[in-house]
Design a protein around this ligand. Structure first.
Ligand code: UT7
Length: 330
């Protein structure tokens, strides 16, 4: 069986930092509340009105090419996981393809909110496993600041902008994506959504007045379901693959709330030293959180190490993936 393995990691984060202190000037909140309830200190914001998700995703794609030492014409497919595409269509993947000059590639966007990268990784791996495609880019990119209501203190403190992604290629040494558990449950979708702008509620004076072009979230029910969903999926994938806490080198969790991550690690029997955590510096970057962790931890990862990726997001969508890291740092 051909397995799909990650052979390069790339990223892009905007330079501008939005701190908790700055948010204190926008809404009634404070640094202590934000840090103790979420673990977030600051996030990155892409302010330039001429730049959007495809810009960040393309910068990430260029870094992927550089890090793998290949040309854009060698890329077979580009999948961009995002809920903040530049436009409804064309797909963000088309804009990335054009920007990097991937003349042989096809591509599309995948919408699964905070589970977007996890689902796109499985989709991209399927292309490689089929034997039909050799080099597949999977990028998670979200420009959350464009859909955040900076008058809503319960959501504006959470999100940031970023892109990060991986290149997938065939592995014959037994490493790569080993197993996945993914779920979608449309019950209670109203707890986390953006109501306006789609075919149900196209943009109108009314949707603007209702503030329907911003994220809305009922924090508490989402929190409870996220803890359950992420922890259950991670525990189930360990059990199914006979992995103990000892066997797992790293948990790579979606970064939505430090307390959700903590609960997931405890359920897996992992100490926090084995958990990739950068929520403090980036907040929740939706589809970019997991690959952004992989990017930052990449110099420490060793061939054959067991990683469990886990996410929960709007939809609801959630799941876990088990992979064996396929290369040593240079
Ligand atoms: O990534 C996709 C999935 N999303 C998630 O996983 C997010 C899940 N939810 C959460 O992470 C948490 O629910 C939040 C961080 C969003 C909120 O934390 P919480 O501990 O659930 O707070 P809460 O919503 O229960 O609110 C507690 C209190 C409320 O005041 P009262 O009613 O007790 O007086 C809120 O109005 O905290 C208040 N509050 C704030 N206070 C200061 C809400 N936001 C803020 C704020 N600053 N920014």
């Amino acid at each position: 069986m051909i397995r799909a393995a990650i052979t390069a990691v790339g990223h892009y984060v905007p330079e501008e930092i939005l701190t908790n202190a700055e948010l204190e000037k926008l809404v009634e909140t404070n640094d202590e509340w934000i840090r103790s309830r979420t673990g977030i200190r600051e996030r990155r914001i892409l302010r330039d009105p001429d730049k959007a998700t495809s810009f960040m995703a393309a910068e990430c794609a260029k870094e992927l090419l550089h890090n793998r030492g290949i040309g854009a014409e060698e890329v077979d497919a580009i999948i961009v996981a995002t809920v903040t595409p530049d436009m409804f269509f064309p797909p963000t993947a088309s804009l990335v393809q054009k920007e990097i000059g991937a003349t042989k590639a096809w591509g599309f966007d995948l919408s699964a909110a905070c589970s977007g990268f996890l689902f796109a990784l499985t989709t991209g791996a399927g292309l490689v496993e089929s034997g039909r495609y050799q080099k597949v880019m999977v990028i998670g990119a979200d420009h959350m600041s464009r859909i955040v209501d900076y008058t809503d203190r319960s959501t504006c403190i959470l999100f940031g902008d970023a892109a990060a992604g991986v290149l997938l290629e065939a592995d014959i040494e037994g490493n790569g994506l080993m197993d996945t558990i993914h779920r979608t449950d449309g019950n209670n979708w109203e707890y986390l959504c953006m109501l306006g702008g789609g075919s149900l509620h196209p943009p109108s004076a009314q949707t603007i007045e209702n503030r329907w072009h911003y994220i809305r979230q009922e924090g508490q029910p989402v929190f409870k379901l996220a803890v359950k969903g992420m922890a259950n999926a991670a525990a189930e994938i360990m059990e199914r693959n006979n992995l103990s806490g000892e066997d797992v080198s790293w948990l790579v969790p979606h970064q939505a709330n430090l307390r959700i991550i903590d609960a997931t690690a405890r359920r897996m029997g992992l100490s926090m030293e084995k958990v990739m955590l950068n929520i403090e510096r980036y907040g929740n970057t939706t589809a970019a959180t997991i690959p952004l962790c992989l990017y930052e931890w990449q110099p420490q990862l060793r061939k054959g190490e067991n990683l469990v990726l886990a996410a929960f997001g709007g939809g609801f969508t959630w799941g876990a993936s088990y992979l064996k890291w396929a290369y040593d740092p240079e």
